[in-house]
Design a binder for this molecule. Structure first.
Ligand SMILES: Nc1ncnc2c1ncn2[C@@H]1O[C@H](COP(=O)(O)OP(=O)(O)O)[C@@H](O)[C@H]1O
Ligand SMILES: [Mg+2]
Length: 349
């Protein structure tokens, strides 16, 4: 992979909205529609990239060959420097969910400076279910989402979305893949200068050549679906936080995504509005299906909407599995975290 390509996929720290979209749009305009030959050539190229990506260069010297993290020269969220056995609760047990995985993550490492946020994370997210990644604040849940959608480029490991390796995609292919994703960031991430209708129409105008009549039909339907049928001409700052989130949700749905990701949809909402939003997410999922991934630290949200739960801590998944089984887990950390118990491995630091 060329330097330019690689840096193009590392917009670290940039807001996850328009700059990428616009940059990506320019890239796709240059290429136009893809035909078989182009795809094949791209595949060949990514095959040679595999070797490069998989080289353990970055992790050597950080992690001892026996897998222990003795002598590490990086920090891990939630791990004291003297802690030589931070993964004693991480069984990594993956309880069967009875379906196929839409997203498969293996050995994912993401480090900023000396702070290694994700440290060899393995996770499978089932298709056609609502999954929840739960974890204490600052454990890298948002970083994980950004790696999955290709806004951050991992230092090692692989992320397969419907069998396609995200880190190995060219910019054009990444742009195509992003159309399969609906993304809902914390505050809805609406464009402040556009009314709600134009915000919701934005992905359709950017990514498709649909006419305005069809766009009107789709956006009206999605806005009705989230209970904002009357709010087309309102500006984002005229809406409550909950309404902005719902508008963001409508926008995340207009391209009929196979995968929808929610970053803390419950943040900043009161309990009743959180419950209503959870109900809405459930209803929309029942209607449309697909792989939904919700990130949160809120146990009530997990109880309400999750089919599948993964618990993230210290840069790795402690355990994952169907909701009922995880809530019954014997694992001390999972047990503590899912019961909000003050005694257990998780302490104030
Ligand atoms: N672009 C970035 N550059 C440097 N550090 C970052 C960047 N993004 C996230 N981090 C750091 O990664 C850690 C985890 O962040 P985040 O994924 O937002 O946590 P969570 O969503 O679980 O609360 C934080 O310490 C944050 O400062
Ligand atoms: Mg976050």
């Amino acid at each position: 992979m060329s330097q330019a390509e690689e840096s193009g996929q590392q917009p670290d720290g940039r807001p996850a909205e328009s700059p990428e979209v616009e940059a990506a749009v320019e890239r796709v305009d240059a290429d136009g529609s893809d035909d078989g030959a182009v795809v094949e050539a791209a595949d060949e190229q990514t095959a040679s990239d595999v070797a490069v990506t998989k080289e353990p260069e970055q992790s050597e010297g950080f992690v001892a060959t026996d897998g222990a993290v003795l002598g590490r020269d990086f920090t891990l969220p939630g791990v004291a420097p003297g802690d030589n056995d931070p993964y004693k609760w991480h069984t990594g047990t993956k309880r069967d969910h009875g379906g196929t995985d839409a997203i498969e993550i293996s050995g994912l490492v993401k480090q900023f400076g000396r702070a290694r946020i994700l440290n060899g994370l393995d996770l499978g997210l089932p298709d056609d279910q609502i999954s929840m990644v739960l974890g204490p604040s600052g454990t890298g849940k948002s970083v994980l989402i950004k790696c999955i959608v290709g806004l951050l480029y991992p230092d090692a490991g692989d992320i397969l979305v419907k069998g396609e390796s995200v880190p190995e995609l060219s910019d054009d292919d990444l742009f195509e893949l992003r159309k399969k994703f609906g993304l809902l960031f914390q505050d809805g991430a609406l464009f402040g200068s556009m009314n709600i209708f134009d915000n919701v129409a934005f992905p359709l105008r950017q990514h498709t050549d649909k006419g305005e009549d069809e766009i009107e039909e789709i956006c009206s339907r999605r806005l009705r679906e989230v209970g904002l049928g009357e709010a087309h001409y309102k500006m984002p700052n005229e809406l409550s936080g909950g309404m902005r989130k719902r508008a963001g949700f409508a926008r995340a749905l207009v391209l009929d995504p196979e995968i929808v990701m929610f970053d803390e949809p419950d943040s900043g909402l009161d309990p009743v509005r959180t419950a209503l939003l959870c109900e809405l997410i459930r209803e929309v999922h029942n209607e449309n299906g697909g792989c939904y991934m919700v990130i949160s630290h809120d146990l009530n949200t997990a109880r309400r909407i999750a089919d599948f739960i993964a618990v993230l801590w210290k840069g790795r998944i402690v355990e994952s599995g169907p909701k009922e089984e995880l809530f019954e887990s014997e694992n001390e950390f999972v047990h503590q975290f899912l019961r909000a118990d003050v005694t257990g491995p998780l302490a104030m630091d």
